[in-house]
Design a protein around this ligand. Structure first.
Ligand SMILES: *Cc1c(COP(=O)(O)O)cnc(C)c1O
Length: 367
């Protein structure tokens, strides 16, 4: 049996250190913000090569507060990938702006920079590339479109902890970079957690205000903020796990390479890495017109697989009001019916790729 992901394995590997970190917070008697949060923010900013990091409650809030810090709201349009996890769109809707989808590059599954210009209007305020599955989006052409027009670039890096674009870690290429530390992400807490990184002091300061009731000093409120603080217990856990992030990314890379070898003659379309990218393999996503049948065969062999994502945002009920037809974004629609993800993670056994190969091979000979 190879589950798609078992989060307990990650905990067990670091149990001693994680338990000690959690107990340190419990024992310290300080349960909101404080030293542990500040220490994680400093360590995360340094790791990402960004001037500032601000912890928040989750990845969706990181996106929402980043857009709010940029004063994006009602009447504005924000360019988003048509193929992404729905949170990217929900953040735009949450601030009252309109998500404007752009189809992916069929090779990387990331937003296709060459289709962005056609989606711009005089209401466009920002572009939100997502580094999907752990592979950086092609940021240079996106920045080249945004900068001369005064548009903000807000990166959704929820799947890209430690990934590199042209040699430099994701963390401050765009105006502001949004992170999720949801347990299943490459850097995951033991509950909800999120954050932003940026080189812009003005944006860091605004997110700092917004996450804590719009207050710099207790009981003095400058803006209508929210309660979206990073929990110090989660910060303490993240500090432990951050020390292992690169090692765990190496294990993911080794597993991805092994999948590439094992599945090269499988007939599946395997993930491809764009030149200049060093992905961190949040997911190992393959593609086949026979997806549903193949997933059934993996399940029969006791191997977990999942779909990221089965329904594109423009076809979700929540976005019926935008008036899109399914065929308006045909690539995203096609990807949603053909992709599936293999077991991937630092604790996934190294024999998983070979087990997948055998399960699928047995299938083709039987057919
Ligand atoms: C996980 C994820 C989010 C949201 O993060 P939460 O912490 O679950 O709110 C946003 N965007 C993408 C691409 C994600 O994968």
């Amino acid at each position: 049996m190879i589950p798609f992901l078992d989060l307990r394995d990650a905990y067990l590997e670091l149990k001693g250190d994680i338990d000690a970190a959690v107990l340190r917070v419990l024992d310290g008697g300080w349960y909101i913000m404080g030293d542990e949060v500040e220490a994680f923010e400093a360590e995360w900013a340094a790791y990402c090569g960004a001037s500032h990091a601000v912890g928040v409650a989750n990845g969706l809030d990181a996106l929402v507060l980043a857009l709010r810090a940029l004063d994006i709201g009602a009447g504005d349009e924000v360019i988003v990938p048509a193929h992404t996890f729905v949170a990217t769109w929900l953040a735009v809707s949450a601030v009252g702006a309109r998500p404007v989808p752009v189809e992916p590059d069929p090779v990387t599954f990331n937003i296709d920079p060459w289709r962005i210009e056609a989606a711009m209007t005089d209401r466009t305020r920002a572009i939100v590339p997502v580094h999907l599955y752990g592979q950086p989006a092609d940021l240079d052409p996106i920045l080249a479109l945004a900068r001369p027009r005064g548009l903000a670039v807000v990166e959704d890096a929820a799947q890209a902890h430690g990934a590199r674009y042209k040699g430099r870690r994701i963390g401050a290429h765009g105006d502001i970079v949004c992170w999720s530390f949801y347990p299943g992400k490459n850097l995951g807490a033991m509950g909800d957690a999120g954050g932003i990184t940026t080189d812009r002091a003005d944006l860091a300061e605004k997110v700092r205000l917004l996450r804590n009731y719009g207050s710099r000093r207790k009981y003095v409120h400058e803006v209508a903020g929210v309660n979206s603080r990073l929990d110090p217990i989660q910060a303490a856990v993240l500090r432990v796990k951050l020390r292992h992030l690169d090692d765990w990314a190496d294990r993911r890379r080794a597993l991805a390479a092994a999948y590439g070898d094992a599945l090269k003659d499988s007939g599946l379309i395997l993930p491809r890495v764009a030149e200049g990218n060093q992905p961190v393999w949040h997911l190992y996503v393959v593609r086949s017109p026979e997806r549903d049948r193949l997933m059934g065969l993996l399940a029969d062999a006791g191997i977990g697989s999942q779909i990221h994502y089965p329904i594109p945002p423009h076809m979700q009920g929540t976005y019926a009001g935008l008036g899109y037809a399914p065929e308006d974004f045909p690539l995203s629609r096609q990807i949603a019916v053909e992709v599936f993800s293999m077991p991937m993670g630092p604790q996934v056994p190294p024999e998983a790729p070979e087990a997948v190969r055998r399960a699928l091979e047995r299938a083709t000979t039987r057919a």
